[in-house]
Design a protein around this ligand. Structure first.
Ligand code: S3P
Length: 432
């Protein structure tokens, strides 16, 4: 297992470009495989997760060509996928498994979907339920876990009231809705990222939004159109560098070309509320998505409480915020975030354990945690156990930069699930 040693830094300086947004890359890859003709997707995510999606779409008959970060996908139309003789492997990627389930539910064949040990422990009932209601036959281990066997069917449109705020569940139902007769609607209990809606529109599907309800029209004999698209840099990856730069008064970094979709920027609002020095430069719109550069300087962070409807809008950024807690004035408190327990790891437990290893004062709760601020003392370098979770590994690598003594991240390569050259980039910008 590869270990990575993080040494205390003085500040971060320089410019960087991030891998393409993971959420958007998944969606473009799937929709391109359903379109009739060749789509070109530039700055496609380097994340292992998105390459799992590409491999699945390839196994389902789309032609996938990868040249550096440009991906060309040739689809044979919404009815053009064919069954794969071997199980589709979503690897570590919940987005691949849940979104693809929506597409497979509408096919005329049976598919098997599997993933790694972590993914096989994550709940799938949340997509199985509505997809069954639409007419698909689905078998799962304990009726909840992968491997899944999905026998597609002619689907009927449903009106689905989501019990949890999840972009993945919303997306699975909307994608299945493409194959249903009539108009499928999904009502969200709280807002979540809207990349599926934007991507569906981009590829030519008909989407309507009324408040928190999204409606998709079944395609019938209609088609999706191949597109030529650019993926913006991933804000969820940028957050590790925003946090790292914020830790040191003399930091000055510029993160180029970052996706700033308003359903993802709650994290920037929270950084602003803590007193972080983050400036958005050159905001522009690109294929329905907003993009800009982020200039970040060091600042004294106040800390704060995250709760309620805020949570689904910055769910992936919570590990970094919690690991920043001990460097803030008032600490960080996270509430209403029980979902964190069913991510790539039980993130609440993983955060509490590793923060304590570094000497932080933490109260673990069923739906979150409270991390004491600066007054509880400076963190010390420790050996971190990320539990195979990319965001835990990266969050503690950042926390290690301002700790006393070196921090060792065990099993550090798991960062590649979303950010393959994370440590190289962190080392390049951090000066010790
Ligand atoms: C994602 C949605 C979120 C997020 C995940 C990516 C997406 O999951 O945590 O990393 O691309 O739709 P949930 O929808 O389960 O909250």
């Amino acid at each position: 297992m590869k270990r990575e040693t993080i040494h205390p830094a003085k500040h971060l300086t320089g410019g960087l470009e991030l891998p393409g947004d993971k959420s958007i890359s998944h969606r473009y890859a799937m929709l391109a495989a359903l379109a009739e003709g060749t789509s070109e997707v530039r700055h496609f995510s380097a994340a292992a997760d998105c390459h799992s999606t590409l491999a699945c779409m390839g196994s389902l008959g789309a032609e996938v060509r990868i040249e550096k970060d440009t991906v060309r996908v040739t689809g044979r139309g919404t009815r053009g996928l064919r069954s794969s003789w071997r199980a589709l492997d979503a690897g570590n990627s919940g987005t691949t498994m849940r979104l693809l389930s929506g597409i497979l539910a509408g096919q005329e064949f049976t598919s098997k979907l599997t993933g790694d040990d972590s993914l096989q422990k994550r709940p799938m009932k949340r997509v199985i339920g509505p997809l069954r209601e639409m007419g698909a036959e689905i078998r799962a281990r304990e009726d909840n876990f992968a491997p899944l066997e999905i026998r597609g069917a002619r689907l009927k449109a449903i009106g689905y009231q989501m019990p949890i705020a999840s972009a993945q569940v919303k997306s699975a139902v909307l994608l299945a809705g493409l194959f249903a007769d009539g108009v499928t609607s999904v009502a969200e209990p709280a807002g979540t990222r809207d990349h599926t809606e934007l991507a569906l529109e981009e590829f030519g599907a008909t989407i309507e939004k009324h408040g928190r309800t999204i409606r998709v029209h079944g395609l019938g004999s209609g088609k999706l159109t191949p597109r030529s698209l650019d993926v913006p840099g991933d804000l969820s990856s940028a957050v590790f560098f925003i946090a790292a730069a914020s830790l040191f008064p003399d930091s000055n970094i510029l993160i180029h070309n970052v996706g700033l979709n308003p359903t993802r920027t709650a994290i920037l609002d929270f950084f602003a509320s803590m007193g972080a020095a983050v400036q958005i430069l050159g905001l522009k719109s690109s294929q329905g998505e907003l993009v800009g550069d982020l200039a970040v300087k060091g600042a004294s962070l106040k800390g704060g409480v995250l709760r309620g409807d805020q949570i689904p809008l910055l769910i992936d950024e919570l590990p970094m915020l919690a690991a920043l807690g001990p460097y803030t004035e008032e600490g960080i408190e996270i509430r209403d975030a029980a979902e964190l327990r069913v991510k790539e790891s039980d993130r609440i437990a993983a955060l509490a354990e590793n923060l304590r290893r570094m000497g932080a004062k933490v109260e673990e709760r069923p739906d979150g945690l409270k991390v004491e601020g600066r007054r509880a003392g400076r963190l010390r370098g420790a050996e971190i156990e990320p539990r195979g979770d990319h965001r835990i590994a990266m969050a503690f690598a950042v926390a290690g930069l301002a700790a006393e003594g070196p921090t060792v991240i065990r099993d550090a390569h798991c960062a590649g699930v979303s950010f393959p050259n994370f440590y190289q980039e962190l080392n390049r910008l951090a000066e010790s």
